[in-house]
Design a binder for this molecule. Structure first.
Ligand SMILES: [Cu+2]
Length: 327
């Protein structure tokens, strides 16, 4: 299938799919109803402890459950997918004074409209719809986040976050073509100026991504828990408005890499939609980051067939589909 081509020069935007969110009731650790000093102290301790440990974000259905406050510096996200669908989340650093509310009002409707046109086969109308994105959206910076994670799996991702306001979301599509973010898979957290005590991961397998050379893996891969260091040597915006990233997949005998490659393009009406491709188990990875940034993830490799793949159209032509076997 041909992938849809967009006018890349029209937009430097790092496109996320910030769609309508149903309000979710999240725990507020600063609940003003707790008025006693001791209660406040306990509350502060909880926050401090929480933001210095791994940041666990859980999906039970079409939702995210995680903290609203993080410390700055290295943060390790542990993403638990307890649902029956594949999900992920991409972390988006918002421009000053822009929040999830801006996304909902100014960006969400644009993406919904554009995708609806694509689903109806109206490609030019869809492209035109994306021209309605607000100017500030080009200032959103994608800062990693775990790669696609299959049902029942837990993935990890470690990235360095500066203080600021971040939105995170999943834009896998439901069988009817609607993005998961339209039914609750979008949320936010604020990164405070106080620092985490997490150190940059060590003992890693280095994977360099460049626009010119695709994936370059500098170490040999073997079974066991492996820590991957993804170095974004360059970054660019591809035909699907996104930059390159890395997803780790386990392949069984029924897996078809061509179908997987087509599926990894959200602008394709049959792409990024559930059910995910047969024979493919997603084990995480990292979402895109700007050139010069580094992202880490861990995964357990058991004997079998695997691949690294980027969420861009025609990844194999771009050197961003790498199959390997673990003995
Ligand atoms: Cu999802």
């Amino acid at each position: 299938m041909k992938n849809y081509l967009f006018c890349l020069k029209c937009s430097q935007a790092k496109i996320g799919l910030l769609l309508f969110i149903f309000s979710s009731c999240l725990s507020d650790k600063k609940d003003k109803t707790s008025t006693t000093t001791s209660a406040e102290e306990v509350s502060k301790t909880e926050i401090k402890s929480e933001i210095n440990q791994k940041v666990t974000i859980t999906t039970n259905a079409m939702d995210f459950n995680g903290p609203r406050e993080l410390n700055s510096g290295w943060n390790t996200f542990e993403y638990k997918n307890k649902s029956s669908d594949v999900h992920f989340f991409v972390i988006e650093k918002m421009p000053d004074n822009k929040t999830i509310e801006n996304s909902k009002k100014e960006v969400v409707p644009v993406f919904q409209e554009g995708m609806d046109f694509f689903n109806d086969g109206k490609i030019q109308e869809g492209i035109d719809a994306f021209g309605k994105l607000p100017e500030w959206y080009s200032e959103v910076v994608f800062m990693g986040g775990p790669g696609l994670t299959s049902p029942g799996k837990t993935s990890t991702n470690t990235v360095y976050l500066e203080p600021g306001y971040y939105v995170y979301e999943c834009y896998v599509k439901m069988p009817n073509g609607q993005f998961h973010s339209t039914v609750g898979m979008i949320d936010f957290f604020e990164v405070k100026s106080s620092k985490t005590n997490i150190e940059e991961p060590k003992n890693t397998i280095d994977l360099v991504i460049s626009s010119e050379n695709g994936f370059t893996i500098k170490d040999s891969l073997s079974k066991g828990i492996q820590n991957f260091k993804v170095i974004f040597k360059e970054q660019q915006t591809y035909e699907n408005f996104l930059g390159h990233d890395v997803h780790l997949v386990q392949l069984d005998e029924s897996a078809n890499l061509e179908k997987l490659e087509e599926w990894m393009n959200w602008t394709n009406p049959e792409g990024f939609i559930t059910p995910s491709p047969e024979g493919v188990t997603f084990l995480g990875g990292t979402q895109e980051m700007p050139a010069g940034e580094t992202s880490y993830f861990s995964a357990e490799l058991k004997p079998g067939d695997y691949a690294f793949i980027a969420e861009i159209p025609n990844s194999s032509e771009k050197g961003m589909l790498h199959q390997f076997r673990i003995e």
